[in-house]
Design a binder for this molecule. Structure first.
Ligand code: MG
Length: 374
């Protein structure tokens, strides 16, 4: 089997509001076609047109090549070798960041092809599912309107979610505001659900340590992205001061070495690689191995379409220890309608997909409606 074509398709809803911390108002999906008639699909959580440029870029020289040009004619089953080829072929424009995010989309599509070609779900190819279902946490934004926040959060708890994450939005400017937000969040979900707090990299280490102390009475399961991701000295200070509160981060990172540093230098308790940013299945397996070796939790970040939801569940199915998986409840039609086969979630629990490949089928009408490249 040979790859015949790699296409990146940018998508965007017409009423996109870039002031919101909601990354599923646009998207870029990658489709990899083969001479066997099998097509794989992936997506990147990154600027759609930049990813498309990285896929389509003409060859410059051996360390500066577009992804499509490197892949056409290759065997799509060679996921590990092709990942390394893409990484080394983009060294002059990559070594992380959006180039790794583009590689992520291609890698997910290659694993989809491999699963379809072998008639096996991706989690079997990754080593085998340890579970058929996994709890998911409802992931939502803090809102300046506390009434709206309470109403949404209590609805999710009534729907059966046993964990709810609040993030970004008005969190960050001063201690009193932040404590009021966390108090409102805990009151909204009651004592029967886990509360997760995501600060969106709002503070310095000193400010974050003040929040750890102030938030403790509201018993968050974790405090996420308190600091700039690369503030390794800050993570070390924060984790030393956290006294039992789990510290989580990593959604911005794209390379195994960055996650290793967060664990080994920053001593964070939970790393959060995103399959659509941190190198797809191929590299996220390596990242998860670093977590296992250091007795840290690996709980993937995921805030994109049903493609990433499915990919994340395949990955999560194979991890030895995982408390729950992120599940965005954003209302964007790209979140809700891009795939016809979204995973089933009931009572705060997702079914792990069990059909060949990722087990998703793109809704071509939705792709046609929101694509921006024609
Ligand atoms: Mg986050």
């Amino acid at each position: 089997m040979k790859i015949t074509k790699v296409e990146a398709i940018p998508l965007r809803i017409p009423d996109l509001d870039s002031s919101r911390a909601d990354g599923i108002q646009d998207d870029v999906i990658v489709r990899v076609h083969t001479d066997a008639g099998i097509t794989g699909v992936g997506e990147a959580d990154a600027s759609p047109d930049v990813v498309k440029a990285l896929v389509d870029a003409p060859e410059s020289w051996m360390r500066s090549r577009g992804l499509a040009g490197m892949l056409v004619g290759e065997d799509p089953l060679h996921t590990e070798r092709l990942w390394d080829k893409m990484y080394h072929g983009t060294l002059w424009m990559g070594r992380g960041g959006v180039t790794l995010e583009a590689i992520s989309a291609v890698d997910i599509a290659l694993w989809d092809i491999k699963g379809k070609a072998l008639g096996l779900p991706v989690h079997t190819l990754l080593g085998g599912a340890r579970r058929t279902t996994v709890p998911v946490y409802a992931s939502m934004l803090f809102e300046a309107d506390r009434g709206l926040m309470r109403e949404r959060a209590s609805r999710h708890v009534a729907e059966g979610y046993r964990a709810v994450k609040f993030g970004w939005g008005p969190m960050g400017p001063d201690l009193a505001t932040d404590v009021a937000l966390v108090r409102a969040a805990r009151e909204a979900i009651g004592d029967g659900a886990e509360l997760l707090i995501d600060a969106g990299a709002a503070w310095t280490a000193q400010e974050a340590i003040r929040r750890v102390d102030a938030f403790r009475e509201f018993r968050p399961f974790w405090l996420e992205e308190a600091l700039a991701s690369d503030d390794l000295a800050g993570w070390a200070r924060l984790t030393a001061a956290a006294r039992g509160m789990r510290i989580a981060t990593g959604e911005q990172e794209t390379l195994t070495g960055a996650f290793r540093d967060l664990i080994e230098v920053g001593h964070v308790d939970v790393i959060q690689p995103d399959l659509a940013r941190a190198g797809g299945f191929t590299q996220c397996r390596r990242i998860a191995d670093v977590a296992v070796a250091n007795h840290a939790l690996c709980v993937p970040h995921a805030w994109k379409s049903g493609i990433l939801v499915a990919a994340t569940l395949h990955f999560a199915a194979t991890l030895a220890e995982i408390p729950f998986v992120e599940y965005t409840v954003a209302a964007s039609p790209l979140r809700r309608d891009l795939v016809r086969t979204d995973v089933r979630v009931a009572d705060g629990t997702a079914q792990i997909p069990d059909t060949p490949g990722l087990g998703v089928e793109l809704n071509d009408e939705v792709v046609a409606r929101y694509r921006t490249d024609r």
